[in-house]
Design a protein. Structure first.
Length: 228
């Protein structure tokens, strides 16, 4: 296994770079990829920056230039369900691009020429990640929706939930990584710690949370994952 670990923000990657043994930095396409060993696993850590295009590019480069065989995205997300609380972890079973709509040519959410609207994560990788996360906090598994917008209005999250009733979390990168991994045949998983409720208070909660708990969780879960 050569594991690519993507985060969007520096806080989400906190501790991982320090934990990398024999780190080696490579700058490519405005991003810094750090290769090394994470608790015996051959790994490449990178910040994608925010949004679907940024995440898709990063995932493709990880596969094509750095030869990763598996990808994990670790970061924070807004809650998409009343039972999913700030500080809980959501692990994706599938991911959808909630802002993708080529109707009437294709059904809403369907990615043209793939026939897919919900990309499934790798079962083995997801199971192992869930095992690692359950040692840290409460874990939910299910649908994560990604789009190129920060969901910070109650009306926005209510509309998304009405359209996707089984939604657990909203973020801005996961489903893009999912599509790239699907097209490249790379097993992948997405883990998100809930930073906000994607409502009118989301921006304030996000800023607070990202500085405090988010960083510690990401590190703990990846460490447990690598050691399991
Ligand atoms: N003000 C921040 C912007 C962060 S965007 C900054 O300048 O750094 C939010 C990031 O966290 C994205 O990477 C996204 O994946 C995730 N996220 C957390 N809460 C979210 C929400 N409510 N809606 C969309 N993305 C969210």
């Amino acid at each position: 296994m050569r594991l690519g670990i993507i985060s969007a923000l520096a806080e989400e990657q906190h501790g991982l770079l320090e934990a990398l043994q024999s780190p080696s930095r490579h700058v490519h396409g405005m991003r810094e990829y750090t290769t090394g060993k994470l608790w015996e696993i051959d790994a490449v850590c990178v910040l994608s920056r925010i949004g679907k295009v940024a995440a898709a590019m990063t995932a493709a480069i990880l596969v094509e230039k750095f030869g990763v065989t598996h990808i994990i995205f670790t970061g924070v997300a807004g809650s998409g369900d009343k039972n999913v609380k700030v500080g809980d972890i959501v692990i994706a079973e599938s991911l959808i691009q909630h802002d993708f709509n080529a109707s009437p040519l294709f059904p809403q959410y369907e990615i043209p020429l793939t026939g897919i609207s919900r990309f499934a994560t790798d079962v083995t990788l997801t199971e192992r990640l869930a095992g690692a996360a359950e040692k840290t906090t409460r874990v939910h598994r299910g649908l994560i929706a990604s789009g190129d917008q920060f969901i910070g209005k109650l009306t926005q999250i209510q509309a998304l939930k009405a359209a996707l009733p089984d939604l657990l979390a909203v973020e801005m990168e996961g489903a893009a990584v999912a599509q790239v991994c699907f097209e490249m045949g790379i097993p992948f998983a997405v883990i998100r710690t809930i930073s906000d409720n994607a409502n009118d208070e989301a921006a304030v909660d996000f800023m607070h949370f990202i500085k405090t708990v988010a960083s510690r969780y990401a590190f703990e879960v990846i460490r447990n994952f690598c050691k399991s």
